[in-house]
Design a protein around this ligand. Structure first.
Ligand code: ARG
Length: 459
């Protein structure tokens, strides 16, 4: 069979051009969406009297047969038919004869491809939101076990103040919560129907765009046909939400990598999530978080790619827009695969409470607390800060930590020090005292856990 659009042409397409301009090698991923959109379209054509009920039934039946054959792998896509839309239309015509040619009445590939993309992204965004919830659940489960596990908290990657490990994990929980909200919000603009916009200007047939939108469970229709076929904002929004989300995964991964090192030794990832070295027999490498960290790069790349493709395009459809697909598929697949590994990796990770404890005991992260101690006794904070600075310097020289200094040593720095200073300096106490709302104090973390659990329930 010749090209579906062959009438206007006197020469066959150059083979290289055919190869390079075809999108079937990647847009075949839209087969299910394409058939779904066609069903809604032909059903509407019949309601509006544009095709007969009998023609509709033949086309619906043909589409089901094509769908079935595609599932069985019984059909071969052809590059000559360029893309998924024309391949399916050609299969349909092969299946039921010329009546199949009525399907494309009042429709263009421009509104068709946009519809497919909206449907595809809607489904996958929903799946991604659910999968992000699973990672949050895994973080929450670990956090519940570790309210009383202490870990050094860092700024500038220097030990700053001790925190509850649960508190640290929950910080990621809330990042992911915002990611979910961003994806959810994007759905509002993804779930709008471009179908019936035609090539760009609408159609002369008395179609009903609201009927197809309802059937495809869209929340509304684009008000402007030119906007409908040239809008790819919904993909850009998804890609930017995905980029921010991957940035979060990358930060979390970086910590998992650091924590798994001999130097930190705060966690051990399960063997099933690590790999070995072909030369060094002792190695157990945290490949999964390393790869998650790296995959962030390709997701950013996909966002930049599409932003650049779209920036100079005149209205309405341009072939450039065919380049919207691979980056979107790649992002969806990267996120789905990353998420699937992440939840079980967090669930099975072993927390080395003892090493965390040793780290907390062997640092100066309780220094702020002695400053606060002097402040409660009436010393201005600046003066207290200065005094404690010299105490720390002194302790470093003596190779001691703050809990090791004697009462005489303390009083030689400031007369207001008393025996109760040793209680104040204990890491548990240091953490407990940070009881301001959202702080790491055990009481605050306990109520944060409840808030997190109810945020998960809201889904
Ligand atoms: N394969 C095309 C794409 O993905 C479908 C729309 C083509 N429309 C056209 N007028 N050439 O963008």
């Amino acid at each position: 069979m010749g090209k579906l659009w062959g009438g206007r042409f006197t020469k066959a397409t150059n083979k290289l051009v055919e190869e390079e301009t075809a999108s079937i090698s990647f847009d075949q991923k839209l087969a299910a969406e394409d058939i779904k959109g066609s069903r809604a379209h032909v059903t509407m054509l019949a309601t509006q009297g544009i095709v007969t009920e009998d023609e509709r039934d033949q086309i619906l039946d043909g589409l089901s047969r094509v769908e079935e054959k595609l599932k069985q792998g019984a059909l071969t896509y052809s590059v000559a038919n360029e893309d998924i839309h024309m391949n399916i239309e050609a299969f349909l015509i092969e299946e039921i004869g010329p009546v199949g040619g009525k399907l494309h009445t009042g429709r263009s590939r421009n509104d068709q491809v946009a519809t497919d993309m909206h449907l595809y992204l809607r489904e996958h965004t929903k799946q991604i939101i659910t999968a992000v919830g699973e990672v949050q659940r895994a973080l929450l489960q670990q956090a519940e076990k570790h309210v009383h596990t202490l870990i050094p908290g860092y700024t500038h990657l220097q030990r700053a103040q001790p925190v509850s490990f649960a508190h640290h994990l929950l910080a990621y929980f809330w990042m992911l919560d915002r990611d979910k909200q961003r994806f959810q919000d994007g759905l509002k603009r993804t779930n709008i129907s471009p179908l019936g916009a035609g090539a760009l200007a609408g159609t002369t047939f008395p179609i009903d765009r609201h009927q197809t939108a309802r059937e495809l469970e869209f929340d509304g229709v684009y008000a402007n046909s030119m906007d409908a076929v040239s809008d790819r904002d919904f993909i850009l929004e998804f890609l930017s939400a995905a980029s921010i989300f991957m940035m979060h995964l990358s930060r979390m991964s970086e910590e998992l990598v650091l924590w798994s090192s001999e130097e930190f030794s705060f966690i051990e990832l399960d063997d099933s999530f690590c790999t070995g070295s072909s030369i060094m027999p002792q190695k157990k490498n945290p490949d999964v978080p390393e790869l998650l960290r790296a995959k962030t790069g390709r997701v950013y790349g996909n966002l930049h790619g599409l932003l650049t493709v779209l920036k100079g395009l005149p209205l309405a459809y341009n072939k450039d827009m065919q380049e919207d697909k691979e980056g979107m598929f790649d992002t969806v697949e990267t996120l789905e695969a990353s998420l699937a590994m992440l939840a079980p990796m967090i669930e099975t990770m072993q927390v080395k409470e003892q090493s965390m404890r040793e780290a907390v005991n062997q640092d100066f992260s309780n220094a702020t607390d002695i400053a606060d101690y002097l402040v409660t006794k009436g010393t201005p904070f600046r003066e207290a800060h200065e005094v404690i600075g010299s105490i720390v310097l002194y302790a470093i020289e003596k190779k001691k930590f703050l809990l090791d200094l004697t009462m005489e040593e303390y009083t030689s720095f400031h007369p207001l020090f008393e025996e109760d200073i040793y209680q104040v300096l204990k890491p548990e106490q240091v953490v407990r005292n940070r009881n301001s709302y959202g702080g790491t104090g055990q009481e605050q973390v306990a109520s944060q856990l409840k808030e997190a659990a109810s945020a998960l329930m809201k889904e």
